[in-house]
Design a binder for this molecule. Structure first.
Ligand code: PXP
Length: 253
């Protein structure tokens, strides 16, 4: 395998399923999107099985496991139901995320600090089953410390607030959040955590995040699927990969 000099790209295919489910039929097929992502050089596939199954379904997860060779990163809430599914599916990675039925998307990171005792058995069960566990958190010191105390190998830093600030032109706020993401990534790495990042990233906002030293993986979905409407999924993913690769001044390897 070619060593990565830039973050891996995990393509989140949830919103292919959102469009499919709008009509309740079989298309567009998120597994077909995963095949295309694999051909286009994605490093992994990410899918969030929500409690309300608003996009990805149990069957999608089964098919992704059976048909796709890339590592699967299953995003899941810390519930008994999701744990049972994850233990059966044995994905390469599981990212524990907060989940509220009424939210439009995952708003904010998981409050690990206030629920260490609740999360510990989930982390342990997934780890013993051979799944790499990650926690989706804000880059706050107390959350990072709680993640370290739980013994997870990975944290994914929530970039949603940074992306939102960029999108509405709040440059100063975006810079402040970027600095806290940089500081969180540095602290976490120092403590032995592998750092991933994601949420809300676009062609315009990905490079400062890709450039953060030590960020090993970016998980990107909604924008790629949206952009695919105009230029196709292959072009959207290829362009994102190129931007990630070029963020540190290198070209795509
Ligand atoms: N990372 C995590 C943990 C997420 O929950 C999501 C959204 O499902 C993403 C990354 C991707 O976010 P977006 O779809 O906004 O690119």
């Amino acid at each position: 395998m070619i060593p990565h000099t830039h973050p891996r790209l995990g393509v989140n295919i949830d919103h292919v399923a959102t469009i499919r489910n709008a009509r309740g039929g079989d298309y567009p097929d998120p597994v077909k999107a995963a095949h295309m992502a694999a051909k286009t050089g994605a490093d992994g596939i990410t899918a969030h099985l929500r409690e309300d199954r608003r996009h990805i379904t149990d069957r999608d997860i089964e098919r992704l496991g059976a048909e796709i060779d890339l590592p699967l990163n299953l995003e899941m809430a810390a519930t008994e139901e999701m744990l049972r599914i994850a233990l059966r599916a044995k994905p390469h990675a599981a990212c524990i995320v907060p989940e509220k039925r009424e939210e439009r998307t995952t708003e904010g990171g998981l409050d690990v600090a206030s629920q260490v005792d609740h999360l510990a058995p989930f982390v342990d069960a997934l780890k013993s089953n051979g799944t790499r566990v990650s926690l989706f958190i804000e880059p706050a010191q107390n959350q990072l410390e709680a993640a370290v105390s739980l013994g997870v190998p990975v944290v994914e830093l929530h970039t949603g607030a940074y992306a939102d600030a960029c999108n509405v032109g709040l440059q100063e706020k975006a810079m402040q959040i970027l600095q806290s993401l940089q500081a969180g990534a540095a602290w976490g790495q120092n403590e032995g955590l592998e750092i991933h990042a994601g949420h809300g990233l676009t062609f315009d906002t990905v490079q400062p995040i890709a450039r953060i030293p030590g960020v090993k993986e970016l998980n990107i979905g909604h924008f790629l699927i949206s952009e695919a409407i105009f230029c196709g999924l292959t072009d959207a993913i290829s362009h994102m990969r190129k931007l990630i690769a070029e963020a540190d001044g290198r070209s795509l390897s």
